[in-house]
Design a protein around this ligand. Structure first.
Ligand code: SF4
Length: 212
């Protein structure tokens, strides 16, 4: 099977470091620290500025290729169920994560969401089963569709945080979606494994997670 590029190698770890180049880790700069973290000669806990959950989010992103399912690069769309799912007893203060209804996307999402204790709402929108990158090319994922799914969901009728995270590939939908829904719309990372770093304290990585 030819596996799709899940963009793990493109995670910009540097943006999640203090970027003070303080050298306390033994490296000349934060950029050098990232390089050595990637080749295994440094670990996230070698930077004293990173605290518990941040350290775990770094480990999670770096080890993600070991637990994320492989996605075939050449596959026809595979539609999975659409709709709203509650994760970890989501409530009115919980963020909404938006994605498409590709079976592959949902498998990857399920794997990463098993690595948090934080509550979220997950809205899978009908995009004919395309992965999100393909859905943007084929225009099967649109702001109108997301807004309509939201309108039909219980979130629109209950007290909610009214803040959503879009997949990085869907960044062009940010402005129209904010206008159509009145929600705060943030663009998340392209690589799903970067989500714990991107969300920071909003993504609590279990302290006992085994990173192998
Ligand atoms: S200790 Fe942390 S903040 Fe200081 S240079 Fe190393 S990576 Fe950067």
């Amino acid at each position: 099977m030819i596996a799709a590029d899940l963009y793990l190698k493109r995670i910009d770890f540097l943006q999640y470091l203090p970027r003070t180049d303080c050298k306390e880790c033994g490296e000349v700069s934060c950029a050098a620290f990232v390089k050595h973290m990637k080749n295994g000669t440094r670990t996230p806990d070698n930077c004293p500025s990173l605290k518990g959950n941040q350290v775990r989010a770094f480990y999670l992103a770096m080890k993600a290729d070991q637990f994320l399912p492989q996605v075939p690069a050449l596959e026809l769309p595979r539609p999975a169920p659409e709709g709203l799912t509650e994760i970890n007893q989501a409530n009115e203060r919980s963020l909404l994560i938006v994605s498409g209804n590709s079976e592959f996307t949902q498998e990857v999402l399920t794997s990463i969401m098993a690595c948090t204790l934080s509550p979220f709402w997950l809205l899978c929108v009908d995009c004919r089963g395309d992965t999100v990158d393909m859905a943007m090319i084929y225009q099967s994922l649109k702001a109108e569709k997301i807004a309509a799914h939201l309108e039909d969901s219980q979130l629109n009728h209950e007290k909610a945080k009214r803040e959503m995270i879009l997949p990085g590939f869907a960044s062009s939908l940010q402005e129209p979606l904010a206008r159509q829904t009145g929600w705060k719309v943030r663009v998340g990372p392209i690589c799903i494994a970067e989500l714990p770093l991107f969300l920071g304290d909003d993504w609590e990585v279990p302290p006992d997670l085994d990173f192998g």
